[in-house]
Write a new protein. Structure first.
Length: 377
C-alpha cells in the first residue's frame, strides 16, 4: 500500500498536471511591444471552449462538459443555463463554440455548436443550434445544421462559428480523425467550411447550389480540424487556422470552392513519423503561414482596438501545446511578417477582443479560467 504522505504527493502532482491549480500564469508580462497585466476574471470552469460578448458586456461561455453560463463583468458565473439539447461529451466532443446573432438586440438569439449524438449509439457529428437567450435558460431551441454522416469517434469536430457581413453563418468542421480522406469528398461534411443562413437554409449565393453532386452548404474543403476563425476587419474574408498532424498547423483564407489540400498536401507528418502527402500539388492552396513543430492552435481574433495601440491589425492566436498567445504582424498583401510568442502558462482555448479593448483568453483546464489582458502601467 502506498504510504499516506506519498499518496497525497501523488494526488497533488496529478492535480497540477490536469488542472489550472498549479498553472504559472504571470501577473505581468513584458512583451515586445507592450507591457501586459493579466487579471483572472473568473475560474472554476470545466474545460471552457468558446465565449461571446453580449451587448451589455457580459459573456456567454461554453464548457465542453455540456454547460453554458453567463459571466458578468465582475466575474460572477451564472448557474448552467437550462434548455440545451443532448450533448455527447466524448474525448474532444462536447459543447463547443458560441456566437450571438448580428441582430441580437432585436431578437435575443444565440447559436452554439456541439457534438450531437445518435440516440442509443456512440455516433455523433458536429451540429449547430439556435435559441432565444432568456434570463436563466434557452427557449425556442432549433437545430439549424447537423453534419453528416455521423460516426463513432470522439475526435476533430472543428468547430468555430462566424457570421459574415451578409448575415450568413460560417461553421468550421474537422475531418473526425479517422475520416481524413473525406476532406476531399464533396458529398460529406468531413473537413469542410460550410455556410448557412441563421435558419439553417442554404444561401442562394453559395458556390455549389446548382451542383447536385456536392452538398450545397459547402464553402471550402480539404481542411483537417479548424479551431480558429475570424473575419478580416477590412476585407471581410474568413481567416481560419487548423491543426496539422505532427507539425503543419496552418493559417488560411477560406475562399469559396478552394481546396486546402488535406490530406494530399501538408507540412506535417504522421504521429511517430512517416510522410502523409506532398507539400504542394496543383489545384490545392498553400497556407498563408504554418508551424513546424505544431503549436496546437485554438481561438483566433484580429486586434482592432486602441488599448494595445501597437497591436492594431495583428492576428492573435491561442496555443494549447505551448501555453502561449501568438501575435502575428501582417503585411497589406496578407503575409505574416513577424511572430511573437507570449507565454501565458496555461492552454489557451479561445481568444477574443472585448468591448473594452482588452484581450480575453479562455484556458483549457478542469479548473479553467477567463483571463483579461490589459496594457501594463
Amino acid at each position: 500500500m502506498m504510504p499516506r504522505k506519498f499518496a497525497l504527493l501523488f494526488a497533488s502532482l496529478t492535480l497540477c498536471l490536469s488542472s489550472a491549480a498549479c498553472a504559472s500564469t504571470p501577473e505581468n508580462i513584458d512583451s515586445e511591444k507592450a507591457a501586459i497585466e493579466v487579471e483572472v476574471v473568473t475560474s472554476g470552469l470545466q474545460h471552457p471552449w468558446g465565449m461571446a460578448f453580449l451587448p451589455d458586456g457580459r459573456m456567454l461561455v461554453t464548457e465542453r462538459t455540456g454547460k453554458l453560463r453567463i459571466v458578468d463583468t465582475d466575474g460572477n458565473k451564472s448557474a448552467p443555463l437550462s434548455g440545451l439539447p443532448e450533448v455527447l461529451v466524448k474525448n474532444q466532443g462536447g459543447l463547443l463554440d458560441v456566437a450571438i446573432d448580428p441582430m441580437f438586440s432585436e431578437n435575443q438569439r444565440v447559436y452554439f455548436s456541439f457534438s450531437e449524438p445518435v440516440s442509443g449509439t456512440q455516433k455523433s457529428s458536429t451540429a449547430v443550434a439556435s435559441a432565444i437567450l432568456e434570463e436563466n435558460g434557452l427557449s425556442e431551441v432549433q437545430i439549424i445544421f447537423s453534419a453528416r454522416p455521423k460516426i463513432d469517434t470522439g475526435h476533430h469536430f472543428g468547430s468555430r462559428l462566424v457570421f459574415d457581413r451578409e448575415g450568413a453563418l460560417f461553421i468550421t468542421l474537422g475531418d473526425r480523425g479517422s475520416q481524413r480522406h473525406g476532406a476531399q469528398q464533396l458529398d460529406v461534411h468531413y473537413g469542410k467550411v460550410v455556410r448557412v443562413l441563421p435558419n439553417g437554409k442554404v444561401p442562394a449565393d453559395n458556390p455549389y447550389t446548382k451542383d447536385d453532386n456536392v452538398l450545397s452548404d459547402i464553402w471550402s474543403y480539404g481542411h483537417r480540424n479548424i479551431q480558429g476563425a475570424a473575419l478580416h476587419p477590412q476585407t471581410g474574408e474568413l481567416w481560419t487556422h487548423e491543426h496539422g498532424p505532427q507539425g503543419g498547423d496552418e493559417i488560411n483564407i477560406a475562399e469559396a470552392t478552394k481546396n486546402y489540400g488535406w490530406p494530399e498536401i501538408t507540412y506535417g507528418e504522421e504521429y511517430g513519423g512517416g510522410e502523409i502527402g506532398d507539400t504542394e500539388q496543383a489545384g490545392m492552396e498553400q497556407p498563408l503561414h504554418y508551424w513546424v513543430p505544431s503549436i496546437a492552435p485554438s481561438g483566433m481574433a484580429f486586434y482592432t482596438a486602441r488599448a494595445f495601440s501597437d497591436w492594431q491589425g495583428n492576428l492573435l492566436v491561442g496555443s494549447l501545446k505551448f501555453r502561449q498567445l501568438v501575435r502575428l504582424e501582417l503585411s497589406d498583401d496578407n503575409k505574416v511578417t513577424h511572430e511573437e510568442r507570449i507565454d501565458i502558462g496555461q492552454r489557451v482555448r479561445d481568444v477574443r477582443q472585448g468591448p473594452d479593448g482588452a484581450v480575453y483568453l479562455l484556458t483549457d483546464h478542469p479548473d479553467g479560467q477567463i483571463l483579461r489582458l490589459t496594457p501594463g502601467k
